[in-house]
Unconditional design. Structure first.
Length: 204
């Protein structure tokens, strides 16, 4: 059975991200594996590294600057797929949307659980977009912080306007970077706030 046939059967002849049934094609989730995802390539292992997606999803994945946030609200459903390749694509799109300031995408990221090997796969290209000429975001110990990292507060911080104190030792998960390398965004006590990196320590 070809990769295409396996994916059509797996996804009920629909896009595995948005459920559209129009203009479907095989998309191999990078990083590439041996073999290819062309029609007729009969290999279930290869199919496990591919997703069946529609023309709209493919266009916005291939050209991130054309992304339409509302289209990707479909990930609210597809992120719960049991297929690792679909989970990886959902995580990457949500991460991109979260970095672009879509708070609903960050909320979904907070709920999305990936097995360690799947998360490693998802992150393998997600962090390649940092340019060498940009100033890195560093924690209080000089460790480089990236979107999606978990950090820990090293002192109590009064959160202005929110009416609470973020306690030392609080873990902040799935952080987002900002245009200022001394600031990150994260969720504390259910509130999304900006934190100074000098008061944070990267968690392993």
């Amino acid at each position: 059975m070809s990769t295409e046939s396996i994916l059509l059967q797996r996804g009920d002849s629909k896009c595995e991200l948005c459920s559209s049934s129009a203009n479907l094609s095989v998309y191999q989730v990078p990083p590439d594996s041996t073999g290819n995802a062309d029609k007729g390539y009969a290999d279930k292992d290869n199919a496990d590294k591919c997703v069946m997606i529609c023309e709209t999803c493919r266009g916005q994945i291939d050209q991130p600057d054309t992304i339409e946030a509302n289209h990707w609200r479909c990930l609210n459903d597809s992120m719960w797929s049991q297929v690792p390749a679909v989970q990886v694509m959902a995580w990457r799109q949500l991460k991109q949307l979260s970095t672009a300031g879509e708070t609903w995408a960050n909320d979904l990221l907070d709920m999305l659980y990936l097995e360690e090997d799947v998360k490693t796969w998802a992150e393998s290209t997600a962090n390649d977009d940092s340019d060498d000429d940009t100033t890195p975001t560093l924690d209080s110990n000089g460790a480089v912080l990236k979107a999606g990292d978990t950090v820990t507060l090293i002192k109590d911080l009064d959160v202005k306007g929110a009416g609470f104190t973020a306690k030392r030792g609080t873990a902040v998960r799935n952080i987002s970077l900002t245009s200022n390398p001394e600031h990150i965004e994260g969720r504390v006590n259910g509130t999304r706030i900006v934190l100074l990196t000098c008061f944070l320590k990267k968690s392993n």
